[in-house]
Design a protein around this ligand. Sequence first.
Ligand SMILES: [Zn+2]
Length: 136
Amino acid sequence: MKEEVLNYFRNLLVLQRRRLHSSAFRTVSEMKKEEGQLSDPLDRAVVELDRQMELSIRGRERSDLQDIYQALIRIERGSFGVCDLCGMPISEQRLMARPTTLLCVECQQRQESISVRMNRWAFRDGQRTSSESFGD
Ligand SMILES: [Zn+2]
């Protein structure tokens, strides 16, 4: 990949990282402020629910951050834009849409069809084992 293209993606990822950092910080301070103002138990319950949702969003943000760090490391190592599975270059179009991707379109689609099948199996398996172990 050309140096200027790499630079473009490096800047993009650094920008995304900064945005995620500041939104995570804002969420924590907003939660603290809201909590201090509420005395009604129902309001507090609603805030608690909001907080649960915020936390799950922040969990996603955290994993997004990890993906971004890894992409930046790949840029430094020179393996950015190379498919993790087949070793072929990932199209720049795909990288534009999702700079943290590890797989080319073909491998991604193959993985998705495998994981859908695995989920189906795991679900069926889980039902069977739980009825066996908890049935009385
Ligand atoms: Zn591939």
